[in-house]
Design a protein around this ligand. Structure first.
Ligand code: PMP
Length: 427
């Protein structure tokens, strides 16, 4: 029964549809499936693209400046690793600090430093001014929200649009509330909506420091900088915009090779102004004598320049694109022309974000779980795990095989429809 709008449906029609969807659901449950569409991580096939990392140094441990990568030191990274990070983020190598295996760690540490110790001297610590708030574009990346929650930073949400965060709202909120000290941004193939920030949005973000309170910082998490599925989509340079507006201290950029090489043993990067870098390094000196430079060297040997990096990313895309195609095809077949769900077709990244009718997402996720398909908990893409409209579901298609994905998406579609029709009958 291709019934995709319920407003004008007769109760009898809805009941017949419910019975049919419930039958299909029971048939899925009986199959005892165990499929997983939760975390956006590379598949084993993708990880294997970088297996040459193992042994690539052939016991040659010297960096280009003569540093022995096996030894202590090099707090902010080897020169060739800084260059790699600079090419990845489109910034100047002099602005880059090379960290350990996780950009999330760098982001956590950067927020911690700004909050507790001050990025530009003790007086600049946000905690001195009392309540600290962050702007969180939603839906967004759950781990960003966890950082704020753990550090006691209050989160205020701002809706995402097709061009990035709703900038009218962002500017108005910042102008009205100087306790807003930070903002999370995933500017390219945003997690989970897949949106690439428009040039105008990037420019407006670079100007926020002019309306925001003292010490305001944007955490520019460019986790998917080169993770294009089709054509290479350019992102305007936030660094250039900040230079033009005299706001270079207001943005900290992050990236990593987690979804380029081996996700658990990648290399993370931060790019920041000299003042911010100095503040961050003062903190880092107390944490470590230096990062894993052997891994930095292995990474630049595997991907020695931008061409090698982009060719490598095309091999990822060849594995990922058919998976996204299945997700989008099933959504199109099952939901196009109706009002049971909305989604955008991303051209990169790791996710498809699906919005159900209000109040349906948790029930749909629970039904899918019953049928053996794990989805990220509804609400996870919002601060405190609370989606006020209970609409957003994040689909991560990278790990299942193509046949598994077909089945998982069939379960997904049936679960959304069943939850929707039951809610319509109840309401
Ligand atoms: N930022 C975003 C937006 C992500 O989606 C992810 C991974 N899911 C990360 C950061 C984590 O990066 P890393 O592995 O470098 O800590």
């Amino acid at each position: 029964i291709p019934l995709l709008r319920f407003e004008h449906a007769a109760p009898g029609q809805l009941r017949a549809l419910e019975a049919q969807l419930a039958d299909t659901h029971r048939a899925f449950v009986a199959q005892g499936l165990a499929l997983d569409l939760t975390r956006g991580k590379p598949s084993a096939e993708q990880l294997a693209l970088s297996d040459a990392l193992d042994g690539i140094l052939d016991r040659h441990y010297l960096a280009e400046d003569g540093t022995d990568a096996r030894n202590y030191g090099g707090l902010d990274g080897l020169p060739e690793a800084k260059r790699f990070g600079a090419a990845l983020m489109g910034v100047d190598p002099g602005s880059v600090l090379v960290g350990g295996n996780s950009s999330l760690t760098l982001m956590y540490q950067a927020v911690l430093v700004a909050h507790r110790f001050g990025l530009t001297g003790a007086d600049s610590a946000w905690s001195r001014g009392g309540t600290v708030r962050f702007l969180c574009p939603v839906p967004g990346y759950d781990r960003h929200f966890t950082v704020c929650e753990q550090l006691g930073i209050e989160m205020l949400t701002v809706p995402m649009t097709a061009d990035g965060p709703d900038m009218d709202r962002v500017e108005a909120m910042l102008a009205a509330d100087p306790s807003i000290k930070g903002m999370w941004c995933v500017p390219k193939y945003s997690n989970p909506t897949g949106v690439v920030y428009s040039d105008a949005t990037v420019d407006r973000i670079a100007r926020l420091a002019q309306v925001a309170g003292e010490g305001f910082r944007v955490f520019w998490d460019n986790a998917y900088a080169v993770h294009d599925l089709q054509d290479v989509r350019p992102l305007a340079s936030i660094e250039a915009a900040c230079r033009a507006h005299g706001t270079v201290n207001s943005v900290l950029q992050f990236a990593s090779t987690s979804k380029i090489t081996h996700a658990g043993s990648g290399v993370a990067f931060m790019s920041a102004s000299p003042a911010n870098l100095a503040g961050f390094k003062a903190f880092l000196t107390a944490c470590t004598i230096g990062p894993d430079k052997v891994n930095q060297l292995r990474t630049v040997r595997l991907l020695p320049d931008r061409d090698a990096l982009m060719a490598h990313m095309q091999r990822h895309a060849a594995i990922l694109a058919p998976r996204f195609a299945i997700v989008l095809r099933v959504l199109e077949e099952q939901f196009a022309g109706g009002d049971l769900g909305q989604w955008e077709a991303p051209s990169g990244g790791y996710f498809v974000a699906f919005d159900t009718r209000p109040g349906i997402a948790s029930a749909a996720v629970a039904l899918a779980a019953e049928a053996g398909v794990k989805l990220t908990p509804a609400g996870a893409t919002f601060p405190y795990g609370r989606d006020p409209q209970d609409r957003n579901i994040r689909i991560a298609p990278s790990v299942p095989s193509l046949p598994q994905l077909e089945t998982a998406m069939a379960v997904f579609a049936n679960s959304v429809k069943l939850a929707s029709v039951r809610a319509a009958l109840a309401g």
